[in-house]
Design a protein around this ligand. Structure first.
Ligand code: AKG
Length: 262
């Protein structure tokens, strides 16, 4: 299969209230499935929001509850689920972890956010991961990263150099830097000649107003679909043939000179 329908569930996350967020997500998933997407994408930390000061209470042991929730939903709806992230407690500390499930509800990726965002105090409460977020959606090689990670082109490039043709981004990106969000996503798509599918949250918490503007950007840098600032299901069709076309027109990967970049 070369063509995919993707849906980003852009919504307002309820601050520090996992119970309410799971209940809300049940309903959102059911409604999103009316468009019969192949892949659904959720935002960063949709289970708890940015309530980092209460992680002792609300971070989940091994992300167990969110794993069970996502696996069950992916299997029930027969959909690939790029399940946003949650706060995963381990023996070393708490990670901001992106979870991905296949249509049978099997886990296909568990990625710990690599770059912690000091402006929102992440470094005080979270541990950073160091593994890559590579996975396959059927035959499509994909990568998934979290929010601030998109400011590090060299990190994204290592994923694309490993074969990824689609980059998923899950985020809680503030409205104050909306233009950075848009420019960075478009730049990552152009320089890597890949699809970029980015799901941001909407709404606000006690410290931030979030941007919404989930986006689907094609490998030629064209914005195929973009949400507004409010709650929205953003659905778009992506065709993997566009990656081959873009890479054929300008052979960036053949023309790279990595010996100059160290
Ligand atoms: O880089 C930014 O401006 C926002 C990043 C962010 O909000 C995050 O990583 O959670």
């Amino acid at each position: 299969m070369n063509k995919w329908k993707v849906t980003c569930i852009q919504h307002d996350v309820i601050f520090g209230n996992p119970e309410a967020n799971y209940a809300k997500m049940e309903k959102l998933l059911e409604r999103a499935m009316k468009d019969t997407p192949d892949v659904i994408v959720l935002p960063e930390l949709w289970t708890i929001g940015y309530d980092l000061t209460r992680l002792d209470e609300i971070a989940e042991e091994g992300a167990g509850r969110t794993k069970a929730f996502l696996s069950e939903a992916a299997r029930r709806y027969g959909v690939y689920l790029v399940g946003g992230s949650t706060a995963k407690r381990t023996r070393d500390g708490v990670y901001n972890t992106l979870l991905v499930y296949d249509r049978e509800g099997q886990p296909i990726s568990e990625y710990d956010k690599a770059h912690l965002f000091k402006l929102m105090d992440e470094h005080l409460y979270l541990r950073s991961g160091s593994g890559k977020g590579l996975f396959e959606l059927g035959s499509i090689r994909s990568a998934g990263v979290v929010c601030y990670d998109i400011r590090f082109p060299e990190w994204i490039r290592t994923h694309i150099s490993s074969g990824a043709e689609t980059l998923f981004v899950v985020a809680q990106w503030p409205l104050a830097r909306l233009e950075h969000w848009r420019a960075l996503l478009i730049a990552r798509a152009i320089e890597n000649q890949c699809w970029v599918i980015a799901c941001n949250r909407s709404g606000s918490d006690p410290s931030n107003v979030f941007a919404g503007h989930s986006m689907v950007v094609g490998p030629w840098g064209e914005v195929i679909a973009e949400a507004g600032e409010s709650d929205e299901f953003l659905t778009a069709d992506i065709d993997m043939a566009e990656v081959i076309k873009a890479r054929g027109r300008i052979p960036v990967f053949e023309d790279r000179r990595p010996e100059l970049y160290e």
